[in-house]
Design a protein around this ligand. Structure first.
Ligand SMILES: NC(=O)c1ccc[n+]([C@@H]2O[C@H](COP(=O)([O-])OP(=O)(O)OC[C@H]3O[C@@H](n4cnc5c(N)ncnc54)[C@H](O)[C@@H]3O)[C@@H](O)[C@H]2O)c1
Ligand SMILES: [Zn+2]
Ligand SMILES: [Zn+2]
Length: 366
């Protein structure tokens, strides 16, 4: 066991605290990772606010990269010294989804078996089974995905959650490609990643929608061909108009990604897609949210599919090394997602800045 500094949310809505935690030595199938960088994702704020569960205290942080420090018995996939991105989809290989060849839907993903604790022994709940606003964290070895050690830790660590969720929402879940249109509602780290993914896949037009004009500027730099400020105009009408300019007769976008997690923006996505189009919900709703007044005939009449995207339907072992290679080749600008590098004691301030519009990702450098 060793003691390290870490960022913990102790109670609903209370500011996060930097405290000492106990990290057990890795047991069978586990690894201890020395964290190098960890992005601040909106999901961390959801945890702090009680929007995910009530299992306080939470050990926050889950978009991270680092160096494997030690591994437990029976671990062969990684070794001390490996540079890894931490993932929250360590597939089991043996559940019904894995057995039918769809491990991205694994029902029994692995996390560390042992618990990290506060100094007084209180068990911590690591965010998404990771907990990486910490000098070191204990994970299942399968949560460590080896990638090119030359890559910048702050940039590639973001593939561990938000950026992968966005890219995958467009490419894996939405399956956009050349000749297909896409609109993305909400252009934070996740939404802009969906735009970057759509650009990689050759989709056109790529329509960015946000209520913050600064976010729209960033979206343009990352590949958006059109932008819509939905605080000033009706996004559904605008998306329909732009798509019809490119594809006469189109009644919306082939794929609309909702990257906010609110009923009103999901409804915009629903009505802004073309007939037989696809809605991809990647934004995370909070308990209690409902979609009121949706006529069933609209659900039926438009055909197509309404999907949710967990983690961009990614398979870390397949997707992380591939995306790191594209980054290293200059074809995926992961550096552009890193707005600022901050210290481990600056997470609470980063939550405040999240609402300000200037930040795509604050990344804690440990
Ligand atoms: N499904 C997954 O696997 C997964 C993974 C990571 C994050 N998420 C979720 O994705 C969502 C976005 O995360 P993020 O880190 O990009 O958050 P963020 O706060 O950086 O971005 C949210 C964006 O939505 C915009 N927005 C807010 N209200 C809007 C409205 N009414 N219309 C249009 N735009 C609006 C904001 O201006 C901001 O640009 C969150 O709900 C987060 O929990 C999901
Ligand atoms: Zn499985
Ligand atoms: Zn996240």
């Amino acid at each position: 066991m060793q003691q390290v500094q870490a960022v913990v949310a102790k109670a609903k809505g209370a500011p996060v605290e930097l405290v000492t935690i106990n990290v057990p030595d890795p047991g069978p199938g586990e690894a201890v990772v020395k964290v190098q960088a960890c992005g601040v994702c909106h999901t961390d704020l959801h945890y702090r606010e009680g929007g995910i569960s009530d299992s306080y205290p939470f050990l926050l942080g889950h978009e991270a990269s680092g160096i494997v420090e030690s591994v437990g018995a029976e671990v062969t996939s990684v070794a001390p010294g490996d540079f890894v991105i931490l993932n929250w989809r360590a597939v089991c290989g043996d559940c019904r989804a894995c057995n039918r060849g769809e491990p991205q839907y694994c029902f029994a993903t692995h996390n560390a078996t042992q618990k990290m604790t506060l100094e007084d022994g209180t068990e911590l709940t690591p965010a998404l089974g990771i907990g990486a606003f910490a000098e070191k964290t204990l994970v299942a070895a399968g949560q460590c995905t080896k990638v090119d050690p030359e890559a910048r830790p702050a940039a590639v660590g973001l593939l561990g959650c938000g950026v992968m969720a966005g890219i995958g929402a467009a490419i894996n879940t939405g399956q956009v490609t050349r000749g297909r249109s896409i609109a993305v509602i909400g252009c934070g780290g996740v939404g802009v990643a969906a735009i970057a993914g759509a650009a990689l896949a050759g989709a056109s037009p790529i329509i960015a929608v946000d209520i913050d004009s600064k976010k729209l500027e960033t979206a343009k730099k990352m590949g958006a061909t059109h932008t819509v400020d939905s605080s000033a105009s009706d996004p559904v009408e605008e998306i329909k108009r732009i798509c019809a300019e490119t594809y006469p007769g189109a009644e919306g976008a082939d794929v609309v990604v909702e990257a906010v997690g609110r009923p009103e923006t999901w409804k915009q996505a629903f009505y802004a897609r073309d007939l037989a189009g696809t809605v991809v919900l990647v934004g995370v709703p909070t308990p209690g949210m409902t979609i009121p007044d949706l006529p069933m005939t609209d659900l039926f009449g438009r055909g197509g599919s309404l999907k949710s995207s967990w983690y961009g339907d990614c398979l870390p072992s397949r997707d992380f090394p591939m995306l790191v290679d594209l980054y290293r080749q200059g074809r995926l600008d992961l550096d552009a997602f890193v707005t600022e590098e901050i210290g481990i004691n600056d997470v609470e301030a980063a939550f405040d800045r999240m609402h300000g519009g200037d930040v795509l990702r604050s990344v804690v450098i440990v």
